[in-house]
Ligand binder design. Structure first.
Ligand code: PXL
Length: 282
């Protein structure tokens, strides 16, 4: 293979504030691979390190990064780049949420994409409850776009069940009302039916995005890659609805091309999605 320089165009710069998931399926690793694949320059502030435990049913071993170390990373990043787009992944503790909220409030943002990762197996439940509450109180108001999964939609909407497309629409509307953000509420494999549906709602436009389910088992990194793809598209100037549509196609292709692993979940392969060339001007 030979390599040649192809472009002199400068990419948009996109930050993810997220955890490391060591096996590379989810977290900051999935975000950076997605950013690269969609043509934006990715940077990361790490909030925690997750190492699955193969001796204990692949439960999560969770190690938070010291708040000062998170603040230091963000100080370096915000001094080095004039950023307007950020993605928030696993934050994992009230102390981390405070640190990240302080850094976010130190500047203006055009796009704050919140993947409201609520609990991580292996975390002590009382601790997780505090984290959920801090996330709702301190992060949700800063978000311009939120991407809750089924479990997170229940928690953020306060609904006691989401079993149908109508329920998911109600949840998306409730989360929009609580946050003011554009919402993409993900049904994934949790809702019955042949399609994986996601509900987009921004206060004006309601759209149900559909793609045929690829199997009935969730794939690691799908949620992270979806939110990262939305972030990349917003950074390139797409509207929130177009960003959601492109991200859905990107993740569907990544699930179809998934990488098998010995862990319980296969991993999304972000390289499975190839960008279409823009239509030639006629
Ligand atoms: O998929 C949610 C997620 C996000 N971030 C990190 C994770 C996980 C799930 O394992 O480990 C770091």
């Amino acid at each position: 293979m030979s390599i040649t320089a192809e472009t002199t165009e400068r990419p948009a710069v996109t930050l993810t504030i997220a955890g490391s998931e060591a096996t590379g399926g989810a977290g900051a690793q999935a975000d950076l691979k997605t950013f690269q694949q969609l043509g934006v320059f990715g940077i990361t502030a790490l909030t925690c390190i997750v190492a699955f435990d193969p001796k204990d049913n692949w439960n999560h071993r969770f190690t938070p990064v010291e708040p000062q170390v998170i603040a230091d990373q963000l100080e370096a990043i915000q001094a080095a780049y004039d950023l307007d787009t950020v993605k928030l992944g696993m934050l994992g503790s009230p102390a981390t949420i405070d640190t990240v909220a302080t850094a976010l409030k130190s500047q203006e943002w055009k796009n704050v994409v919140l993947d409201p990762v609520l609990i991580c197996k292996g975390q002590e439940p009382g601790h997780a409850l505090d984290t959920d509450e801090a996330l709702k109180a301190k992060m949700l108001p800063l978000a311009t776009f939120v991407t809750p999964n089924h479990f997170e939609s229940l928690s953020l909407s306060g609904m006691d069940k989401i079993e149908s497309e109508e329920d998911l629409i109600e949840a998306a509307k409730a989360i929009h009302a609580a946050s003011g953000a554009a919402v993409l509420a993900k049904g994934g494999v949790r809702l019955e039916g042949a399609d994986a549906i996601d509900v987009y709602y921004d206060g004006e436009t309601l759209e149900v995005l559909r793609a045929p389910k690829v199997g009935e088992v969730a794939v690691s990194g799908a949620g992270c890659s979806l939110a990262a793809a939305i972030t990349a598209e917003l950074a390139k100037g797409a509207s929130p609805l177009d960003a959601a549509r492109t991200a859905k196609e990107f993740v569907t292709a990544g699930i179809q091309a998934r990488v098998a692993s010995n862990a319980p979940f296969d991993a999304v392969w972000q390289g499975g999605a190839v960008q279409k060339a823009p239509a030639a001007a006629s």
